[in-house]
Design a protein around this ligand. Structure first.
Ligand code: SAM
Length: 296
């Protein structure tokens, strides 16, 4: 059985929405009620002690800050889109990373946020409204149907891909997953589900890499399964390499890297409950050679 004690108490993380408030004003406000520190890796992310309940705080309600875990915030920050870029958030709802992208881009440029599921699209639109971002367009549809040769998407320079996954890195489900299964059928169903998810995840990464001007593609999951993480990345490497992409090393100071199942997996990043956060996975592709760069 899992040893719950190895999970260190989780700090509360607050991402300051710099579209609405500056970091120092937020620190001043939250210092009135608790101790506030700055996260060492992600700018605009504040660390508060475990157990502080902020759900009803006025700055949370009005979108000045987002209650967003550190691992989740590491994703858009590592993609590092520049103000003025055109960016796609491929699987966007509820939109925490979408509005983080908007803040990193200082509200300039254009974000296209794609979401398949209608009720979740409504939640995404509400998140965008609360964030105050005005440069995000939503698409209700399948990311795999977003056509890379459509002039509207030909200039997309960065894609954030955080697709549906098993969620096995999120605490409750993670513990469930580690508990003994009742029947073999449950195991078989779970492994079939992961296989299906991984097939979609792989297709979605390949699709993201196929946009003609894309320079940076980040893939993330909140899964601890190798099948949805390292295996997906390994399976797309030949295509990625043929298109001029390499794996970059997000947060090189972070020690927990991908499982050592292929050469280069040290570029990948994992987080774990023993790091005081949920189980996440991040892979970052960067295009070293732009097709047009050779044309002098
Ligand atoms: N990035 C989001 C955030 O940080 O708030 C979380 C994204 S969630 C893990 C994955 C989302 O992808 C779900 O809302 C799901 O409905 C959506 N989705 C699944 N398949 C999709 C597809 N083919 N095209 C677009 N969205 C899809």
């Amino acid at each position: 059985l899992p040893n719950k004690n190895r999970d260190v108490p989780k700090s509360r993380f607050l991402r300051v929405n710099t579209l609405k408030i500056d970091v120092e004003s937020a620190v001043k406000e939250f210092s009135k009620i608790t101790t506030v520190n700055h996260d060492e890796m992600v700018p605009d992310l504040l660390v508060l002690p475990p157990g502080v309940d902020l759900h009803d705080h006025p700055l949370v309600l009005d979108g000045s800050v987002f209650l967003q875990g550190k691992a989740s915030c590491m994703v858009a920050n590592a993609l590092s889109p520049k103000p003025g870029w055109k960016v796609i958030d491929a699987c966007a709802a509820p939109g925490n990373k979408t509005v983080h992208l908007a803040a990193l881009m200082k509200g300039r440029g254009n974000i296209i946020a794609c979401e398949l599921n209608q009720p979740r699209l409504t939640i995404l639109q509400e998140t965008i409204r609360r964030s105050g971002a005005t440069n995000i367009d939503t698409i209700h549809g399948d990311f795999l149907d977003v056509d890379p040769s459509n002039p509207a998407y030909m200039k997309v320079r960065a894609i954030l891909l955080d697709p549906s996954c098993s969620g096995s890195g999120i605490s409750a489900q993670r513990l469930d997953h580690l508990l003994p299964s009742h029947t073999e059928d449950i195991d078989a169903d779970a492994s079939k589900r992961i296989e299906k998810l991984a097939a979609f995840q792989r297709k979605a990464v390949e699709h993201a890499l196929s946009f003609p001007s894309v320079e940076r593609v980040i893939y993330s999951t909140c899964s601890v399964h190798q099948e949805e993480n390292e295996d997906v990345i390994q399976s797309v490497l030949p295509l990625a390499s043929s298109l001029g992409f390499e794996l970059a090393t997000p947060y090189p100071q972070w020690k927990r890297r991908g499982l050592p199942v292929f050469d280069g997996s040290e570029h990948l990043l994992r987080t774990d409950p023993s790091d005081g956060m949920e189980g996440f996975f991040i892979a970052l592709f960067v295009r070293r050679t732009q097709p047009n760069e050779d044309i002098a």
